[in-house]
Design a protein around this ligand. Structure first.
Ligand code: ADP
Ligand code: MG
Length: 266
């Protein structure tokens, strides 16, 4: 049976990564179903961000393979994975601080439009120069739509650096969505948010999924995780120690033990 018929969006198989003598990930398997919000949780240092870095192509695994919509992607460069439809945000927000809010989202659109050298060639050499204008206008309209979706339209001309913390997190997600992904990787999107901002984020993530985007979510906020996840994978010291429905994870003894001494409460 092919992945297209089984509805698997992402398959991670036997993934391992060592840093020096340290196993950041050890033989990790994860299947993410299309249309799911799939959470990856685990104590600090469990390997969650390392997994994201490998999925997005900024780190190379020592072992294992990754399939996105049935295609091997673990040998592809980051930009090729973005072209195929994978986008991410970062645990430490990465914005273009001195560009406007609108420009930050448009950078995401350009990254998609000009991801390959061939498309740059086509756009700059083969098309008449003025042909770019309508496309630019479409990109701008789409960027404004995304800002509207995230409640940031009123701030479109502000510098990214002038936004409040929760707004910055939302802008980073808007920029990731501007690449029109089918898989979105969110690394601790609620980190540093107040309860109201977290509540809003919850709604946004649910609405992003409703647009047909599969979401893999690394998060420490257990209320958020337990409320919106379809499935949860738990990592501890680089190993997968549990996987299941939120209700199953909440009562899993190995998971509770892994969290002892941590601030998060299941
Ligand atoms: P998490 O996101 O679950 O908190 P990380 O994936 O960031 O964990 O880190 C897992 C472990 O790997 C940590 O012990 C971290 O110090 C280590 N680590 C992560 N990246 C590197 C790196 N580039 N070089 C060396 N060690 C790293
Ligand atoms: Mg992390």
């Amino acid at each position: 049976m092919s992945d297209a018929t089984t509805g698997v969006c992402l398959t991670v198989n036997g993934l391992s990564k060592r840093f020096g003598g340290f196993n950041a990930l050890n033989d990790v398997d994860v299947d993410v179903q299309r249309g799911h919000i799939h959470a990856i949780i685990g104590p600090n240092g469990a390997g969650k961000t390392t997994l994201f870095n490998i999925l997005s192509g900024t780190l190379t695994p020592d072992k294992g393979d990754i399939r996105f919509e049935g295609k091997r992607i673990d040998t592809l460069k980051s930009y090729r994975r973005a072209e195929l439809g994978i986008a991410r945000t970062f645990q430490n927000i990465r914005l273009f601080e001195h560009m406007t809010v609108l420009e930050n989202v448009m950078v995401g659109e350009h990254a998609k439009a000009y991801a390959s050298l061939w498309s740059v060639f086509r756009k700059t050499i083969l098309q008449r120069p003025f042909a770019a204008a309508p496309e630019e206008r479409r990109m701008r309209e789409r960027a404004v739509e995304l800002l509207d979706f995230f409640g940031l339209a009123g701030k479109r001309d502000a510098d990214a650096s002038d936004l409040a913390y929760g707004e910055r997190r939302r802008l980073e997600i808007a920029r990731a969505l501007a690449t029109d992904p089918r898989l979105l990787l969110l690394d601790e999107p609620a980190a540093g948010m107040n309860p109201q901002e977290t509540e809003d984020l919850d709604q946004h993530i649910t609405r992003i999924r409703a647009r047909g985007v599969t979401i893999v979510l690394v998060e420490h906020d257990m209320n958020l995780i337990m409320g919106i996840s379809d499935r949860i994978t738990v990592l501890s010291f680089g190993e997968k120690i549990a996987e299941g429905l939120p209700s199953e994870i909440q009562s899993d003894l190995a998971v509770i033990e892994a969290y002892l001494g941590e601030d998060e409460i299941l």
